[in-house]
Structure formats: C-alpha cells, structure tokens
Design a protein around this ligand. Structure first.
Ligand code: NAI
Ligand code: MG
Length: 485
C-alpha cells in the first residue's frame, strides 16, 4: 500500500482564535489584602509572548517589604478565615470554581499567549482542570473531620506557595484550593514568565468577595521566591519547580517551623511491550513527551521499547512526527506550541548538542518553524545508553531518548536507574505485567495504556529527587493540616 504523505496531501487552513475580547491591563500591580498595590521597589518587568517575542504587559517586582506586607495580610486574614464555618469556606471555593468556568475562554487565551502552549491544551486541559481542583476541594472544606476521623484536623496557618511556568493557572489551583479548604491563607508567587493568569485569578478572587488577605498573589523572579521562603512568619512552603531550587529551599528552611511539600523534576520511563496495541502506544509516546512542548515534570522522556517491536514502533513514531503541527499556539490545529522562554530554549538546545556530542543519533522531522519566537522541533535520540547525559538529566523540552529492552527485569532496572521517581507509563495487553511493573517501578504515578492523565481526586508526587509530599486527592489536604490529638 502506498503511504499517504499527509503534509503534501492536504493543508489545514489557519484556525487562530481571536483575542479581541480578552481584557489585559498594560501594567499589573501586586495583589495584597484584596487590593492591587504598587510594589515598594517601584520596579516592573515585561512579560512577553514566546511565540512572537511581542510585549504583553508589565508586571510588578515584589521585594522583601512587599513579601512582608503580603504575609502580614495573610496572617491577619487567617484569624477569621480559619474560624469561619467550614461550609462557608466551601462556598467561596465553589464560587471561584464557577467563575473560572465562566471565564474559561479568556483564561485559556491568556495562558496560551503568555506561556506558548497550544490553545487546544489550555482550553481542554489546563483551565477545566484548574476549575475542577477548586470544585473538588470545595467539597472537602466541611468534611475534614470525616477524612481524618478522631484527629481534630486544624489548619497550619499561612502558606507561601511558589509555582512554575509550565501549567501556570493549574499549579495555582493545585496550591490554593487545598490550602483554603483546610482553612489556611496563602501568599502565592507565579513564575516570572507566566504571571498573567495568576493575576487574572487575583481579579476573579476580588470579584468573588473572598475575604481580604485570604489569597495574596505577588509577582517576581527567584529573588522574590527566596524572600518568601525566608520569611519568618510562614508555617508552610509549597513549591513546584526545579530540583536545584527544591534543594535550596530545603536548606533554607532546615530547623525552622515551616513544613514543606516539594514537587520537583522527573525523567519518566514510558515502556512499550511487544504485546501492546502499537498504534495506541505510538499516540501515547507522542502525548507523553510532546504534550505542552515537553515542559512537563512527569513527561515520558525516556522511551523503552521491547526489542522485537523496535523497528515498527520507530517507523510509526517517525511517521507520526511528520504530521505534528508546530506553530501559533492560538491556532486550534496546533499540536506543539512555543518554548516558554529564550532561556529554556537555550537549555534544550544545550542538551541536544550534548546528545549529539556523546554520539547519539538524532532524528527531527523537516517541519517549517515560525521565523519569530522560541521554537524547537520534536526530537528523537536513538542509540542511547543509560550513561548518556540526555538519559540522566531532565531536559524539559520536546526531546525523547529511545532505548530497547528484552526482558521485564531488564526494563525495571533501567527504568529505575535515575535520580528521579515521579512518573512512568506501561503499555501492554497483559494485566499481570501492569501489576508487576506498577509494584516494582519507583515512581509516584504510573499510567497503564495511557499517559499524562490528571484528575483532582488522584494524588500526585514523587520519590527520590522528584520531591516530597503529595498534591491532589485526600493526600493533598494533609500537608495543609496539623493534627492535635
Ligand atoms: P525554577 O525552579 O527556577 O522556577 C520555579 C519557580 O521557583 C519560579 O516561580 C521561580 O521564580 C522560583 N524560584 C527560582 N529560584 C528560587 C529561589 N531561590 N527560591 C525560591 N523560589 C525560586 O525553574 P526554572 O529555572 O524556570 O527552570 C529550570 C529547570 O527546572 C527546567 O529546565 C526544568 O528542568 C525544571 N523545572 C521543573 C518543573 C516541574 O514542574 N517539576 C517546573 C519548572 C522547571
Ligand atoms: Mg510570558
């Protein structure tokens, strides 16, 4: 049968979403005690669209004084918020969820403009999941006694929360929803390249009538994050980001009263057995590593294919890569959007160069890339071994390393041979293999015959250098509570 060259056979007409109806200010201040206030530093930084380099807005840079103001506001609000009848707390959280749903389209567009992710993903995954986290935790606010019977659960107090740029609104929801449900107040800092949806969330929270100071959202880069970590009047630090910064945070808070949860990097193994449904597995490989440009802590960035099906899987995978559409994040056809920042693109390119230098075979489809903005072709590395740098370190981009295996024990050993332990995927028609691997793989989340599926009811977190603690589900409430027997 002749193969159809999809790229030559038809072209998709552009289907870009319009942005006329979204409302963005030219300059954003800090959200402290229910008001937008100017930063003490008087400094602002630019947030840009990584798909074209265009300036979107100015964002305030919070310094030590601003962090202190935000913590004081949260501390003051904690007194009444923690005493509010739990079902009333639940109602506020529920209202935030509903309002996110009502404004979902605007949030999706801003998420894609500011961060580069395809609108299909922000529209169908990030924003609905963010709303779902608020819905889910709203339901627990008045049931904590049932979740932890005879343990008298009490809120911790004020939480400092620092989030990354790969799922900006979703990570804000992961942090804020359980904290509020458990009766805490928060100071949240989004990542410097993707502050806008958190600031839109601040506007929404203002509209929701949530008591002042319960949620404070302050912007800035690493120095602002460090000021939060080092503030003496916080009870908890919740962090999602790089393992390097996670380790720094652990060192900074050692010996203090602060509790932590750390959700850090990963190098997920995606394992394809010869008895797997190969076409579905190939879709799964693509979803595991190219979803959100590979800026995913649980990405399936290490592929293990059983040797007997190697050639067929690689051939189908290469074919599939040639059909992926890379480009305008606001176009509904786009599969792979822009790399989040020039810095991240430089990191990915550095790893691609290392991969080549260390002798791995590279494959990239010959797709056209836009002229402006930060772009990276989907990349496969073949003929790699465990010792390759690109197999050991997190790249956080659309780069997949491919290895083969013969036996189940061999793949378990290879998959676990990493400093990380966040996620894994197993593709096989045999349930017994799934059970064996899900027991033996040292990873917090293991998907069977699927990948990158998220749900607010399901706990998420890692082993080893992938972090400490769990978010989501009932597990996600626990790190925001103390138990007084
Ligand atoms: P990062 O860890 O520096 O940034 C994450 C958040 O931490 C941001 O809000 C940032 O402003 C803040 N931050 C930075 N330095 C801090 C400090 N000293 N104290 C407190 N907060 C601080 O991540 P970055 O540099 O943007 O990305 C570097 C690498 O980290 C990526 O290539 C990727 O491998 C990994 N990463 C992993 C993420 C995950 O979800 N596990 C998310 C983001 C990055
Ligand atoms: Mg941006």
């Amino acid at each position: 049968m002749n193969k159809i060259d999809i790229n030559k056979s038809w072209n998709y007409a552009s289907a870009a979403e319009g942005t006329e109806h979204i409302q963005l200010k030219s300059k954003y201040d800090l959200f402290i005690n229910g008001e937008f206030v100017k930063p003490s530093s008087k400094k602002y930084f630019n947030t840009i669209n990584p798909a074209n380099g265009e300036h979107i807005a100015k964002v305030a840079q919070a310094n030590k004084e601003d962090v202190d103001k935000a913590v004081k506001a949260a501390r003051k609000a904690f007194k009444s918020w923690s005493k509010l009848e739990p079902k009333e707390r639940g109602k506020y959280i529920f209202r935030i969820a509903r309002m996110i749903q009502e404004r979902a389209k605007e949030f999706a567009l801003i998420e894609s403009m500011d961060g580069g992710k395809p609108i299909r993903e922000s529209r169908d995954i990030d924003i609905p999941l963010a709303a779902n986290h608020f819905f889910y935790y709203a339901g627990w606010a008045d049931k904590l006694e049932y979740v932890f019977p005879n343990k008298s659960p009490k809120p911790l107090g004020v939480a400092g929360q620092i989030i990354p740029w790969n799922f900006p609104l979703l990570m804000a929801a992961w942090k804020i929803a359980p904290a509020l449900a458990a009766g805490n107040t928060v100071v949240l800092k989004p990542a410097e390249t993707t502050s806008l949806t958190a600031l839109k969330l601040a506007e929404l929270i203002q509209d929701s009538g949530l008591p002042k100071g319960v949620v404070n959202i302050i912007t800035g880069a690493g120095e602002t994050g460090a000021e939060i970590v080092n503030h003496s009047d916080l009870d908890k630090i919740a962090f999602t980001g790089s393992t390097v910064v996670g380790k720094l945070i652990q060192r900074s808070i050692a010996g203090s009263k602060k509790k932590t949860t750390l959700e850090l990097g990963g190098k997920g193994a995606n394992i394809i057995f010869e008895d797997a449904a190969i076409d579905q597995a190939v879709e799964g490989i693509v979803n595991a590593i190219f979803f959100n440009q590979g800026h995913v802590c649980c990405a399936g960035s290490r592929l293990f294919v059983q040797a007997s099906v190697e050639s067929v899987v690689i051939e189908k995978l290469k074919d599939r890569l040639s059909t992926l559409i890379i480009g305008d994040p606001l176009d509904k056809n786009t599969d792979i959007g822009a790399i989040n920042s020039a810095e991240q693109l430089a990191t990915i390119e550095k790893y691609i160069a290392i991969g080549k230098k260390e002798g791995a075979d590279i494959y990239q489809p010959k797709c056209q890339l836009p002229k402006k903005g930060n772009w990276c072709r989907p990349t496969l590395f073949l003929n790699v071994s465990q010792s390759h740098t690109i197999v050991q370190q997190e790249i956080f981009g659309p780069v997949l390393t491919i290895q083969t295996f013969r036996t189940i024990d061999e793949v378990i050993e290879k998959a676990n041979n990493t400093p990380f332990g966040l996620s894994a995927g197993v593709w096989t028609e045999k349930g017994s293999k799934i059970f064996k691997l899900s027991k033996k793989l040292k990873a917090g989340v293991i998907w069977a015959n699927t990948y990158n599926k998220f749900d607010p009811t399901s706990p998420f977190g890692g082993y080893k250098e992938s972090g400490i603690g769990r978010e989501g589900g009932l597990h996600g409430l626990k790190p925001y509570l103390k138990f007084e027997l």
